[in-house]
Design a protein around this ligand. Structure first.
Ligand code: CMP
Length: 140
């Protein structure tokens, strides 16, 4: 089990708008250390697997279509209390509800195109990290 680590994706909207650098700057400034990172694109099969927990929800197809629409940046971040602190940094799922200064308030435009993903538990952080990275791609 990975502890004090969380998994993130900078979603296709962040990459296509040229926001990778600005978002990574906020992540670094908030005390997170990047221990793994890659630019990649999810296949439909990958995205359906990654978001399997949402399969029965009405937005599932829209979510998968968006997440496969272009490259993403996948990363593993390290910091004490990483999962909780990162969720505070990214803000509410819907940018309309996100607090000023959060990543989604600054960069997201809708509940679908919401700039970043952040794991919701230590257990999911470990599963999501393993989904995207092999052991020799993780440093630290
Ligand atoms: P993420 O943190 O990647 O995890 C699940 C995603 O589902 C979430 O971000 C949103 O982008 C998306 N999502 C959640 N609720 C809705 C909704 N009501 N309509 C569309 N997409 C949603």
């Amino acid at each position: 089990m990975i502890t004090n680590r969380t998994f993130t994706m900078l979603k296709p909207d962040s990459v296509s708008k040229g926001n990778i650098g600005a978002i990574l700057e906020k992540i670094n400034a908030s005390g997170f250390k990047i221990v793994a990172m890659k630019l990649t694109q999810l296949s439909r099969e990958d995205a359906e697997k990654f978001y399997a927990v949402h399969k029965e929800l009405p937005f599932f197809d829209k979510l998968v279509t968006f997440m496969t629409s272009g490259p993403i940046v996948a990363a593993i971040l390290e910091k004490e209390n990483a999962v909780e602190d990162f969720r505070l940094l990214i803000g509410a799922t819907n940018p309309d509800d996100a607090v000023e200064g959060t990543i989604r308030k600054s960069f997201a435009t809708s509940v679908t195109e919401n700039a970043v993903h952040g794991s919701d538990s230590d257990e999911n952080a470990a599963l999501e990290s393993e989904f995207h990275f092999s052991k020799n791609e993780i440093f630290g």
